[in-house]
Design a protein around this ligand. Structure first.
Ligand code: MF3
Ligand code: CO
Length: 262
């Protein structure tokens, strides 16, 4: 017998940004892009994630920005560094990167009233073929999601595009963490799951600014949080990758704010 299903209405407030606000959010995101790019160049065998975090802070200061994550719900570092089976929110430490590791760098800033947020996953030295494929598929999934971020589509179109790409490659999307709106807060409505149904969810409109961030596991989608209260790892110990861009929905479609225009 089927029980009674109570559908709760959760009010959500998605902010529509004017072009001048979007340009300010772009500035913050371009700082994030520059810093992630600089950090990527420092990723090599023997470097500690703490050293990367310190360099990250130094660069953030030079740009005149504030690290967005430091102090956020008590998170103690500027950067999130998630190695191998760590999914997100890995904390910088004295652990040295070794050949074959994969490292996710997730970083955000607050600058001139607005937030920027982006993430990349990079190989340390030579990595396995499977690790390379995981990184590639995760980044592709991000772009599949971004392509769906246009006015008239629905949130579920983004989610489904990410999920379909990931699962057709034989990987899984993390369910317990999501992307988000971004602007004058680091996390704004709507939440953006990396799984879903096309045509469902919030109607996408020009002026929405979204941080889309697929977290992809090589094995099961199940994750757990370690006792440090932050580090999210795959339950089965399989590798995990993470990419994130902040984008604006414009009359010309999605505009990636955390990417330098060539
Ligand atoms: N990019 C992540 C997010 O959007 C980073 C948050 S980490 C925290 O949620 F430390 F700030 F919590
Ligand atoms: Co984010």
């Amino acid at each position: 017998m089927r029980g009674v299903v109570r559908v709760e209405c959760v009010p959500i407030m998605v902010i529509i940004r004017k072009p001048d606000e979007i340009e300010k959010i772009r500035e913050s995101n371009l700082i994030v892009a520059e810093i992630l790019n600089a950090l990527k160049k420092e990723v090599r065998v023997g470097v500690t994630t703490k050293e990367l975090d310190e360099y990250c802070e130094e660069l953030t200061r030079k740009w005149g920005a504030k690290p967005a994550f430091k102090g956020y719900r008590g998170y103690p570092y500027a950067l999130c560094t998630s190695i191998n089976h760590e999914v997100v929110h890995g904390m910088p430490s004295h652990r040295r990167l070794k050949e074959g590791d994969i490292l996710s760098l997730d970083f955000g800033v607050y600058y001139n009233g607005y937030y920027g947020d982006a993430a990349i996953t990079v190989p340390v030295g030579e990595v396995s073929k499977e690790a390379r494929r995981l990184i590639k598929v995760t980044e592709e999934a991000l772009y599949r999601g971004i392509e769906e971020a246009k006015a008239g589509n629905r949130l579920g179109d983004i989610s489904a595009a990410v999920q379909t790409h990931v699962e057709s490659a034989g990987f899984s999307v993390v369910r317990d963490f999501v992307g988000h709106g971004i602007g004058s807060e680091l996390h704004e409505d709507p939440q953006i799951p990396n799984f879903g149904t096309p045509g469902r969810g919030v109607l996408l409109r020009e002026g929405m600014v979204l941080a889309i961030e697929p977290m992809v596991n090589a094995g099961s989608y199940r994750v757990k949080v370690l006792d440090d209260g932050w580090t999210v790892v795959t339950e089965d110990g399989s590798l995990s990758a993470h990419f994130e861009h902040s984008i604006a929905i414009t009359p010309n479609g999605p505009d990636i704010l955390s990417l330098k225009r060539k």
